[in-house]
Design a protein around this ligand. Structure first.
Ligand code: TNX
Length: 541
């Protein structure tokens, strides 16, 4: 181990120097001598010009203070991690894994009791400022050292994404590139605006393999998102194994929109997806739709229908026609069993019950059913989430409403509920970019990259203030999305703007500046080999 108190002292001094310099810079009073205190006052000069990678970070950090020079990453660097924490070592391992393909460096992750010597990376909670919260971090880069400090491990993980983005775009290539690998010097202090920065994947209309979901999780992680909502059941397909009701997957999982192949996740595969997300500090929210959007369940079990007759599979894209038999005993056994099994597989505190678009129940029937479902979710220790329509019931204080389209979410907010903002005209990733887009629907309007970016969750709904908004979430509905390449095209780059809306402060967030930063991400998306939409609104590199 190459650590001792002397080098720690040195690191602290350089940190203090950097922060002090940053303070001077922010006061417009920079010292161009590189930190040697001059004997006589020097004429104030401008803040050093930030290198391109610092200017193109997405989401935009809370504060960036560039300094002269940079840190050269070499094969000799070690990733020193605070000793005694397997979790922090895993974050170091993740960083090493991300840096390896393009650099060819096999960087060792080394437990350290203090900061290492020159040429290394240091990742620690030691000295982490509680004011940074769960996900905030400070990244201080000098020519000698990269020091990533946070209050909680999630903050370290978010900071690692910033570090990846501070390296030139070829770092994202999957084969060895020439480099050099220079991280610009400076101090970044950063934390999110909203605690909920989500994306939803509809695996019910079309099924996507665990590998695809993991790729989606990796895009989310790169842009510091933290909630993955999986839409696991709908009229056209049931996508998770339920041991007490096996036909849900066996029968209900066999179909998709348009007669395309079905599929479902075994409980083991679901647990693997959850663990993969967890290792990226992303919480999975499973959604089991009820009482509507249930044809796949109604086709799997006759007793869930009031007339006792199993429904035919549904492969069309109409909505609103299906409902569980809200007066039937089997229905409540089903609801209890499914919620119990899904809750047990899900470490996160949330469970989404859908609740949208039921056209075949009276308001009283709807309310009584959702009220009972809320009780079951609560009994199994989860916070219920539902779309707008659940705003009609008496919500428990912990229940969350996901706004998509209607006034019911606003009403719920007036009664004190917290909202996740998914306005369909801004966040729906299944809506066409323009009328020329072949994929997608357009009932909520065309959503070009600018429309998806230029709005604010705290001012979107009259009477709903920032304090009632947990954050933002963008859903990809997949009625028209048949392949993963199609999903890539609709999600990227719009999801990147949603990620910034969730993370970065509203002041100074501006389309004409954002589009230039987004342009710099084109080569990164290309390096990932994803089929992203090269919007003419963005001056792509
Ligand atoms: C509305 S948003 C739906 C989905 C569809 C989507 C298509 C919501 C709660 N319901 O069932 O897939 O529109 O854009």
């Amino acid at each position: 181990m190459r650590t001792n108190l002397q080098t720690f002292g040195k690191m602290e001094r350089s940190l203090i120097f950097l922060i002090g310099t940053a303070f001077l810079f922010s006061c417009g009073n920079a010292d161009p001598s590189g930190g040697k205190t001059p004997a006589v006052p020097v004429t104030p000069s401008a803040t050093p010009e930030a290198p391109p990678t610092m200017k193109s970070l997405i989401p935009k950090p809370q504060s960036v203070q560039p300094a002269p020079g940079g840190f050269s990453l070499t094969a000799a660097a070690g990733i020193y991690v605070q000793t005694g924490s397997g979790e922090i070592a895993a974050i170091g391992g993740y960083l090493a894994e991300k840096l390896k393909p393009a650099t060819g460096f096999d960087l060792a992750v080394i437990p350290a009791a203090g900061a290492p010597g020159a040429g290394n990376i240091y990742i620690t909670l030691d000295g982490g400022d509680p004011a940074l919260g769960e996900e905030g971090y400070t990244l201080a880069v000098t020519p000698d050292l990269i020091a990533l400090v946070a209050y909680m491990p999630a903050g370290l993980f978010r900071g690692v994404q910033t570090l990846r983005q501070l390296l030139a775009a070829p770092i994202e290539q999957s084969t060895v590139q020439p480099g050099p690998w220079v991280v610009p010097a400076g101090v970044i202090r950063d934390q999110p605006r909203f605690s909920w920065r989500g994306a939803m994947l509809d695996v019910a209309r079309h099924f996507f393999a665990p590998e695809d979901v993991k790729a989606f999780i990796d895009w989310m992680a790169y842009y510091k998102m933290n909630r993955l909502h999986l839409h696991l059941s709908d009229d056209q397909g049931w996508r998770i194994e339920i041991k007490s009701w096996p036909n849900l997957a066996m029968v209900g999982g066999a179909t998709s929109v348009g007669g395309d192949p079905g599929g479902w996740y075994t409980q083991t595969q679901y647990a693997e997806i959850v663990a993969y997300a967890q290792s990226r500090y992303i919480t999975v929210i499973p959604e089991i739709e009820m009482p509507g959007h249930t044809n796949a369940a109604l086709a799997s079990y006759a007793e869930l229908n009031c007339d006792g007759v199993a429904r035919e599979p549904h492969t069309g894209i109409d909505v609103g026609f299906s409902t569980l038999c809200v007066g039937g005993d089997a229905t409540y056994q089903f609801v209890d069993d499914v919620i119990r099994e899904v809750a047990a597989l899900t470490p996160g505190p949330y469970l989404h019950i859908g609740g949208d678009e039921v056209q075949t129940l009276s308001p009283e029937e709807y309310i009584s059913f959702v009220q009972k479902a809320q009780g079951v979710v609560n009994k199994y220790g989860k916070r219920m989430i539902g779309w707008d329509e659940i705003g009609r019931i008496d919500l428990l204080p912990q229940t969350i409403v996901q706004y998509w389209n209607g006034p019911l979410a606003q009403e719920a907010a007036r009664k004190g509920a917290k909202l996740i903002m998914s306005p369909s005209s801004r966040t729906y990733l299944d809506q066409k970019y323009t009328s020329a887009t072949e994929l997608g629907l357009n009932w909520a309007g065309n959503i070009e990259v600018q429309e998806a970016y230029s709005w604010d969750p705290a001012t979107q709904l009259e009477g709903v203030s920032e304090g009632q908004v947990l954050g933002v979430e963008a859903p990809l509905w997949t009625e028209t999305i048949r392949t993963w390449a199609d999903a890539e095209y609709m999600v990227l780059p719009r999801l990147i703007g949603i990620a910034e809306i969730g993370w970065s402060s509203a002041s100074g967030r501006e389309w004409n500046e954002y589009r230039l930063r987004l342009a710099e991400h084109g080569p990164r998306l290309t390096a990932w080999k994803v089929n992203y939409y090269r919007s003419p609104q963005v001056p792509w590199k």
